[in-house]
Design a protein around this ligand. Structure first.
Ligand code: HEM
Ligand code: HEM
Length: 423
């Protein structure tokens, strides 16, 4: 079943959209398995390389491959063959994820640069189609959000690759700029916020609208993300007042943007059919997690400013709670929702699984986030001695069930075709 109120721009997805989602699901398996190992600590504490593999298999392999699928769905021209670019993007991403795991800096440098090329390609893909569809000045709010979100992804990834190339060439990471902090904040506080807000609006209220309030929302979120990244980048050299004030200003901009999101389509999200096994409820709950993530981000910025920019003094539980609000609450729900919508014409294998996945993923994520905020990080604890070991697996096992179920559905033929084949 399609999401309600599908506007003129919410159109049927083409094969390459499902192809991108399939590659994304395959790579997400690794993220979820490493998450389960981290939660249970059954193999001891994970080393830095493995944690970075968990992180980037999730953000690049799962989330960004999923976003590529969404970008094709929204922007592709009627007649174009994108099979090869999607496959090359998935292969490059998988190679970069494995380079993270290997710990070999030269491999990380080479594949990091290749991954940046992939990201720039998809930014260019969206930009050229946006221009051809009447120009940037006439894009509706969902499309503009996706274009600007990908623009911030290019900025954030360039910062990430810079770190990677410096490490590969054995050059010391400069201490006069905070490259990693700027990279992480651009990617989460800018890229993910814009994509999630744009996609949710496209699905929940339909596209086609370009009102003043919507434009204010998009530019607050875009500028908020960039100001946060730049202020963290330059924080070591900024005068103290600016180093403390700019992140606070950025946070206020992003918070204001998200308040507008809630005003513009919060009511449609709340009215989603929560008991119906469709993609709509996943996309609606992503909006709630977006509000939570931005509030947690504001708390993190407050702690960072109080610690005068010293990230080691910030509560790791809060950082991990914020991370999973974005990565699971916002983005995994958005992409699972997208997959359910685009596979709605296929036989619904394992129909019982939809409810287990939706409730398990979301109750598990909510409990995991609550534990991280109240009890703190479970890292370093013995197996099954910390509440994280009990709640995170609910989220992880539901994600794995989602991967298996949705891969099977995406690989099946459309219902009409299989009925004809049977006849
Ligand atoms: C071409 C794309 C990317 C490259 C080259 C890249 C590179 C890097 C590098 C080199 C680090 C530091 C690793 C270290 O500590 O040794 C890092 C950390 C990080 N990256 Fe990425 N990354 C990319 C994409 C992303 C995306 C899409 C996201 C999120 C949506 C992301 C989020 C983060 C976060 C949260 C950190 C952790 C900061 C910390 O806690 O230490 N990255 N990345
Ligand atoms: C897109 C998906 C995901 C991303 C990007 C992601 C990212 C992260 C990051 C950045 C960290 C912090 C690592 C560090 O200390 O540097 C982390 C920790 C962790 N992740 Fe994930 N994660 C994802 C999915 C999952 C899933 C599905 C599970 C399921 C069990 C999971 C379980 C955990 C656990 C238990 C921790 C340690 C938290 C603590 O005790 O403080 N993650 N993850």
């Amino acid at each position: 079943m399609q999401a309600p109120n599908m506007g003129g721009s919410a159109r049927a997805a083409r094969a390459e959209v499902r192809q991108a989602f399939q590659y994304a699901l395959i790579i997400f398996t690794l993220t979820a398995l490493l998450g389960l190992a981290n939660a249970t600590q059954l193999f001891g504490a994970l080393d830095r390389n493995t944690l970075l593999t968990h992180l980037h298999s999730g953000t690049l392999g799962w989330i960004t491959m999923g976003v590529i699928g969404i970008a094709i769905w929204i922007f592709a021209r009627d007649r174009e063959d994108l099979f090869a670019p999607v496959m090359l993007s998935a292969l490059t991403t998988a190679a970069y994820v494995m380079a993270f795991w290997s710990g070999v800096f030269i491999l990380r440098g080479v594949f990091g640069l290749a991954e940046l090329a992939v990201i720039v390609y998809w930014w260019w893909f969206v930009y050229t189609r946006a221009r051809a569809q009447g120009g940037i000045g006439r894009l509706d709010i969902p499309k503009l959000s996706v274009l600007l979100g990908l623009t911030t992804l290019v900025v954030g990834s360039t910062l990430g690759v810079t770190v990677q190339v410096l490490l590969a060439t054995s050059t010391a990471i400069p201490t006069t700029v905070d490259l990693v902090g700027a990279h992480a904040s651009a990617q989460t506080g800018g890229y993910l916020v814009l994509i999630a807000a744009g996609f949710a609006e496209w699905q929940l209220s339909g596209g086609g609208k370009r009102g003043t309030l919507g434009l204010v929302q998009v530019y607050l979120l875009f500028v908020g993300g960039l100001v946060l990244a730049v202020s963290l980048l330059l924080s070591p050299v900024l005068p103290q007042a600016a180093a403390q004030g700019l992140p606070a200003v950025a946070t206020v901009l992003t918070l204001a943007g998200v308040v507008i999101v809630a005003v513009r389509f919060g009511r449609v999200a709340i009215a989603a059919p929560w008991m119906a096994a469709t993609g709509t409820r996943h996309i609606a709950i992503a909006v709630a997690f977006l509000v939570l993530a931005v509030i947690l981000q504001a708390l993190l910025v407050q702690q960072l400013v109080a610690a005068q920019g010293d990230f080691t003094k910030v509560s790791p539980g809060l950082v991990h709670a914020l991370d999973h609000s974005y990565f699971i609450g916002v983005m995994t729900n958005s992409i699972f929702g997208a997959i359910l919508v685009t596979s709605a014409d296929r036989p619904r294998l394992w129909p019982w699984a939809d409810h287990v996945i939706f409730w398990g993923l979301n109750l598990g994520a909510a409990a995991f986030i609550a534990v991280l905020l109240t009890v703190g990080t479970g890292e370093g604890a013995k197996p099954f001695t910390h509440p994280v070991s009990f709640v995170a697996p609910i989220m992880g096992l539901s994600a794995l069930l989602g991967i298996a179920t949705y891969l099977m559905r995406l690989m099946g033929s459309p219902a009409a075709l299989s009925a004809r084949a049977r006849a």
